[in-house]
Design a protein around this ligand. Structure first.
Ligand SMILES: Cc1cc2nc3c(=O)[nH]c(=O)nc-3n(C[C@H](O)[C@H](O)[C@H](O)COP(=O)(O)OP(=O)(O)OC[C@H]3O[C@@H](n4cnc5c(N)ncnc54)[C@H](O)[C@@H]3O)c2cc1C
Length: 392
């Protein structure tokens, strides 16, 4: 079997790329290790930058999003009994972010791709590659107990942080930049009307975040030890800790409800560079992950594949390789700006076990500065709504 672009992974990166290529008449096959139900139910991100919403619109995939999304006009930050209110449109000439769960994006992208007659092979686990830097690259995968080979002109490794594409690149080609924070996030998805604004808290007992997924569904997090076992957290313990860290002692602001999902996520930044080896191009979490504090992972994945799709259009139309050659540099410029922002938000809002009293006071001083400075708030706001897309 042969295709022009073999895409590994049916997450946001792989699915957006499949749609962008289809629009240009470029043939592709998506290979996904998990079942359709599994990827459609996987709860992860939910804050979409305007660039990501625009991409869904351009692809004609935003009908349900427009009906069901929520629009966030502000973020709040609480610390030492004070409240910083960051008015997004007021600080960014009218920009906002859109709340629509990643699993809903994935459902919409899969349904439309299948309706278009596109090929997504579920439960097709990629196990190896051949000739990645040669003329006839190929992907080996396992489906229904049998081994298959897909030959391609180009391979897109959109298989997430734990995928196989990045690890197939020979030693010495990539440089890995890794930063592991000394804490994790215990996250819950709850059947409860969300808090009024997306709200971050820096409390003496640790970070907390109350975010929104829909008018009836809340997504909340508290900072925990990186190796914390979610089983140690009864629902009552979670709610009580969240109320304390959010300064909601009388429990009047945060609605409790049935917890639908609970899990611990590590907080980490990782970048692999370059995002290419021969005919293999990495995109999304396969190449980089950012701490979730900035709400950027999905948006970065979408930004990568926009650049990759344009480069592939030029390549398949005329054979021009210049854009493909620039792909990694173009993406990495945005990636490092987003890593910086996500690292800054993480550093500002968490309690660091090793911090001295001096460092804790510096952190509170920075929050106090943010409280009183329009310039400082504008810096946060323009990153939160999404920096302009890179020229390529
Ligand atoms: C637990 C968790 C919680 C998160 N929460 C947030 C959040 O709250 N806010 C935020 O902004 N971001 C969050 N993120 C980050 C965000 O969800 C990711 O950045 C986003 O999913 C990246 O999309 P992607 O397509 O690059 O990778 P993924 O969504 O990971 O998709 C990769 C796909 O490749 C498939 N795959 C892997 N290996 C193979 C193989 N060998 N063969 C075939 N297929 C394979 C996987 O099954 C998967 O479907 C979270 C991430 C995780 C892991």
């Amino acid at each position: 079997m042969h295709t022009q672009v073999g895409i590994i992974g049916a997450g946001p990166a792989g699915l957006f790329l499949a749609h962008l290529l289809y629009r240009e008449g470029i043939d592709c096959v998506v290979l996904e290790a998990r079942s359709r139900a599994y990827v459609e139910d996987r709860v992860r991100a939910g804050v979409l930058e305007q660039g990501t919403v625009d991409l869904m619109h351009e692809l004609g995939l935003d009908e349900r999003l427009r009906r069901e999304c929520m629009v966030d006009h502000a973020i709040d930050m609480r610390f030492s009994g004070k409240l910083i209110h960051i008015d997004l449109p007021g600080l960014t000439a009218g920009k906002v972010v859109t709340i629509y769960g990643q699993q809903e994006v994935v459902k919409d992208l899969i349904a439309a791709r299948i309706a278009d007659g596109g090929r997504i092979e579920f439960e097709a686990e990629v196990t190896g590659f051949a000739d990645l830097d040669g003329a006839k690259p190929a992907i080996r995968y396992c489906k229904d107990g049998a081994e298959h080979t897909l030959t391609c002109d180009i391979i897109a490794g959109c298989d997430g942080f734990h995928g196989v594409a990045r690890t197939a690149i020979p030693d010495g080609v990539l440089t890995a930049y890794d930063h592991v924070f000394p804490f994790g996030w215990l996250g819950v998805l709850a059947e409860a009307p969300p808090i009024r604004e997306m709200t971050y808290a820096n409390h003496d007992r640790g970070f907390a975040l109350c975010s929104r997924r829909s008018p009836k569904i809340s997504r909340h997090y508290v900072q925990v030890a990186p190796d914390e076992d979610a089983a140690n957290w009864s629902d009552d313990r979670f709610w009580n800790e969240l109320h304390v860290r959010m300064n909601d002692a009388d429990k009047s602001e945060i609605n409790e409800g049935k917890i639908l999902q609970k899990g611990v996520t590590p907080v980490r930044a990782f970048v692999a560079a370059p995002m290419r080896y021969g005919k293999l191009f990495l995109a999304g979490d396969a190449a980089h992950i950012v701490p979730p504090t900035g709400a950027k992972g999905l948006n970065l994945a979408a930004a990568d594949v926009r650049v990759l799709a344009r480069a592939l259009m030029a390549y398949f139309r005329t054979g021009a390789t210049e854009r493909l050659d620039r792909y990694s540099d173009t993406c990495l410029r945005r990636v490092w700006k987003v890593v910086r922002y996500s690292w800054h938000m993480t550093s500002l809002l968490h309690r660091f076990p090793a911090h001295s009293a001096f460092e804790r006071n510096i952190q509170i001083g920075e929050l106090d500065y943010l409280l009183g400075s329009r310039a400082a708030q504008q810096t946060i706001a323009e990153n939160y709504v999404g920096l302009p897309l890179e020229d390529d």
